[in-house]
Write a protein of this length. Sequence first.
Length: 254
Amino acid sequence: MARKMLIAGNWKMNGLLADGAALAKGVAEEVKKMGKPQCEFLVCPPFTLLTTIKKALRGSKVALGAQDCHIAEKGAHTGDISPVMLKDCGCQYVILGHSERRADHGESSELVNAKAQAAYGQGLKAIICVGETLAERDAGKALDVCTRQILDSVPESATWQNTVIAYEPVWAIGTGKVPTTKDVEEVHAAIRKTLAKKLGKGNANRMRILYGGSVKPNNAKELLGLEDVDGALIGGASLKVEDFINIAKNSGAC
Ligand code: 13P
């Protein structure tokens, strides 16, 4: 069963009202020029821009996502945003368990699992992130770490429709370093095998596994052409219309 490639931009803590809207409009225009692209597009701006970007994307094929959510629907959780609120802003996706949240906010895989279930409760699709640190890779533990994170972070109720996995080696994020294609293939294959054990082969074969970490127009073809790579989660290069679109174009799958 063919999986539809997902080209997703994680804007992280970047963008103000004016430049965020311009970026989203630029992406929407370029996607429109592509006619009927074979891949899906998604942008995940910071919370403050969600409603503005929703308007900027009106009528376009580009989906909207957020970068985190709380497990509760509402209540006394100062500074947090619930999946109900994300739905209300027009989000279809939410990134969960990004390594920056795991590191900066001490998020555990168990919490990520609970957040994913809360997201499903509102009909949001979860993009669940996993990935090893450099020390873990150097110690030969990359596969073990990613497998463990998948087992603990992905809920039993995950399906290929409500979940996307993103493999993002921590040491490749924002560094310009990328793993070898052999290493990416090996981790993606291991993730799919683990998903099959946990969710059944039907789900595992159709669930998209994105690669993230220094994806640029010049390495998109090589990375996105790999067997088990079903798209990209793009940080820095998603902040420039041209780079983001050229990653999709160069992937050969859009
Ligand atoms: P960069 O593309 O900037 O390396 O970031 C990747 C990432 O963390 C996307 O979630």
